[in-house]
Write a protein that binds this ligand. Structure first.
Ligand code: 13P
Length: 331
């Protein structure tokens, strides 16, 4: 087994998953503002440290996805974040795309940038301690018209080029084709779109000769749109999510991680538990776990509010949620 395959597989250690702490400066600023915390380089560092510095998180986390600026920052323990994670056997990873912009041919859709200069950045990130990477593409659903075939093709092509370059640099790629929860669409429509995106993704990865064994897929769950007025049961989510994954995802990949996508922490936990259970019933061929940002962070941020004296209680909220999400991977 190659080193890359070993790293990719060890992200799926029993009961463990990933924390996505890779919000861009723009997203982190908005996230902090929504809890009344003014954003600065220092409050962003404190925000990352709230989670990375939480005692005991290593019992539940195999990896943390960082934003590039965090690779060079230190926690309150005076250690660089990647080093601090590695000493606790938590693998440091990094988001390597440069965010999205409207597509010129279809301005209501987004294309992910970041291929320019990517191989140089990957070399840097590797030197700074990253062992895996992530690239996010996002697909919006609007009736039967969006996502367009063009948005799917262009975004998955970029995912494939990224994956190939990451592997060449000796870094595990996590490919995140997120089907957005936002919208009025039905769960059936979400399932169709996810099927189309995944089918196109894996045929494009083949065309680019990307090694399947060392890639990780980061995916949405199949859910009705956030403005559909429909609340899916965990069993419905599990049934449709497993069906679309089994139909479209080759068995050879290292594993699948789920994003939370704007679900509440409880929803993301309950849906993951149902998915795990269903995966066992149907004998799904890949390991599954979580790679949440909001669902793991929300409760802790509400307690923290940017105040030093709230750090212990905020970290306790984080560990409590991690305990439940971890349990959901073994249900
Ligand atoms: P959420 O869990 O908040 O959807 O974030 C996951 C992620 O990594 C988005 O890129």
């Amino acid at each position: 087994m190659t080193d890359l395959v070993m790293i990719a597989r060890s992200l799926f250690s029993q009961g463990k998953g990933l924390l996505a702490a890779d919000e861009s400066v723009h997203t982190a600023t908005a996230r902090l503002a929504s809890y009344g915390i003014p954003a600065s380089a220092e409050t962003r560092r404190q925000y990352r440290d709230l989670f990375i510095g939480a005692e005991g998180m290593e019992r539940f986390l195999s990896g943390v996805i960082l934003f590039s600026e965090s690779l060079l920052e230190k926690g309150d323990d005076k250690k660089l974040f990647p080093k601090s994670l590695a000493t606790r056997s938590v693998m440091p990873g990094v988001k390597v795309d440069l965010g999205t912009e409207p597509m010129s041919a279809s301005p209501n859709e987004l294309i992910t940038n970041g291929l320019l200069g990517l191989s140089e950045r990957l070399e840097e990130y590797k030197k700074q301690g990253a062992v895996f990477t992530k690239w996010r593409a996002v697909f919006r659903i609007d009736g039967d018209t969006l996502p367009s075939a063009q948005a799917i093709h262009e975004n998955v092509k970029r995912l494939a080029i990224y994956a190939k370059e990451a592997q060449a640099a000796g870094l595990v790629p996590i490919l995140e084709p997120e089907v957005s929860l936002e919208g009025k669409h039905s769960r059936t429509r979400a399932r169709m779109v996810m099927g189309e995106v995944l089918k196109t993704l894996f045929s494009t990865l083949n065309e680019h000769s990307v090694d399947r064994a060392s890639i990780v897929l980061k995916t949405s769950m199949v859910l009705s749109g956030s403005e559909s007025g429909k609340r899916d049961t965990p069993e419905e989510v599990a049934l449709d999510t497993l069906a679309v994954l089994i139909e479209n995802v080759p068995s050879q990949i290292a594993g699948i991680v789920f994003l939370s996508g704007g679900q509440t922490p409880d929803q993301a936990t309950e849906n993951l538990a149902a998915i795990t259970k269903r995966a066992k019933e149907v004998g799904a061929p890949w390991p599954l776990t979580f790679s949440y940002a909001r669902a793991l962070q929300e409760e802790a941020l509400a307690v923290w509010k940017g105040k030093e004296e709230n750090v212990p209680a905020a970290r306790a909220a984080f560990i409590a949620r991690l305990t439940r999400v971890s349990a959901a991977t073994t249900s």
